[in-house]
Design a protein around this ligand. Sequence first.
Ligand code: NAD
Ligand code: UDX
Length: 483
Amino acid sequence: LRKMVKICCLGAGYVGGPTMAVIALKCPAIEVCVVDISVPRIAAWNSDQLPIYEPGLDEVVKQCRGRNLFFSNDIEKHVAEADIIFVSVNTPTKTRGLGAGKAADLTYWESAARMIADVAKSDKIVVEKSTVPVKTAEAIEKILTHNSKGINFQILSNPEFLAEGTAIEDLLKPDRVLIGGRETPEGQKAVKALKDVYANWVPEDSILITNLWSAELSKLAANAFLAQRISSVNAISALCEATGANVTEVAYAVGKDSRIGPKFLNASVGFGGSCFQKDILNLVYICECNGLPEVANYWKQVIKINDYQKSRFVNRVVSSMFNTVSGKKIAVLGFAFKKDTGDTRETAAIDVCKGLLGDKAKISIYDPQVTEDQIQRDLTMNKFDWDHPIHLQPMSPTAVKQVSVTWDAYEATKGAHGICILTEWDEFKTLDYKKIYDSMQKPAFLFDGRNVIDAEKMREIGFIVYSIGKPLDPWLKDMPAVA
Ligand code: NAD
Ligand code: UDX
């Protein structure tokens, strides 16, 4: 038996990059090479300016790069040399054809599998790292075996549970590592080989072994459960505003029940990110394909409440400001889908900004990690077009003129009629709000979509304040928003 020494990962994105960096850090005896079809992305991984912002990532990459961690565009060479191949490519929502708007588009996955079959000259373990529909492993297995020249391929499902902004922490101390494989001797041997990699730093009892379909489905189910918690607390936030209850108090009281638990119950302007909506749509589609419309509708509701929460927020802004924001300057603080990331995929800020633009507002945006280019791209791109390799994404033909982007919160808010806080960046807690208030049009409105500011203090300064799920200002009660 040959010693397992080489790992190759297809896809140098938010998952492939950090995951492989941590494997390289914890397994000095393994050589890890991350490959991608995007030339600029690989160049960035090899530079001082990594392509993604993730706390702690720079240090890990600095320690391993050039030692046992490499980034390359020479895909075929590294695939041919590897013993274990992780596939962490995009699995977008289909935009056309059968299952459009719901089903996962496996174009990139399938082309990766065909390439592996093409260049492999020795036995390979192929690991699904991307989030995929249940039974994808079967399809991949068929593509590989029907195209192989007598080479043995073992497919494993090893979904990734990291969250952005805490990726390195999550990878170093995962709640669990999940590995699914075939229940044959060869399948179990492959499972053991991957388990041995993680066992370099993950305690044995945190490494769960299941069959392939359980592993694939657990990933979709976990994201659906997590998103459901947020939609549940967001649904309650609307009722809090209507009744005078306070969603923070309600969530705290509910979360004290040890069966429910305190985490992931923060009401917000809506969940975003590359995973939740995409994976739930995928789950819904699989339920429909399996003749389970009731189950599909149940999960669809999680997304409907999320859409409702975003439009409810926009309606609140517009109705409070005398039912029009036409020509008014609205400052948006925070554009990323959560704090500590520059990622804007499916961020609630896109829908909120589009809603305000629909009412002809002039928007001035500040986010500490998001560039103007990215924001313009997000506001002009079609739904789901974002989830394709960067170099295949359409460039925005014309920038949205009513939108300006600055690198300074005070400039963004200067002369504004209202402020919307859409990401919970820590720095928004300590801005000089008196200075901001003095520079704004009056009455000055502050809409906190993340409950990051102390509303009472802001009222003392003079702001009219709206906080998600909190008792309403008398002003807002007089101007009810109809969603
Ligand atoms: P990403 O867009 O950041 O990265 C994917 C990379 O794959 C891109 O750089 C792209 O150029 C590359 N690629 C596409 N086709 C390729 C090919 N044939 N060969 C080589 N490279 C190719 O996406 P991501 O956020 O890293 O997500 C990847 C997968 O992991 C998705 O299935 C996603 O659902 C899943 N996932 C994401 C997260 C997350 O937090 N982002 C968490 C868990 C799982
Ligand atoms: C998620 C899952 O958490 C992770 O396990 C999976 O691997 C990928 O998808 P991610 O999307 O990176 O991770 O971030 P997450 O922390 O889950 O936040 C998702 C969205 O929900 C963000 O917009 C966040 O602001 C929002 N959120 C989260 C809330 O609105 N309230 C909460 O209480 C928690």
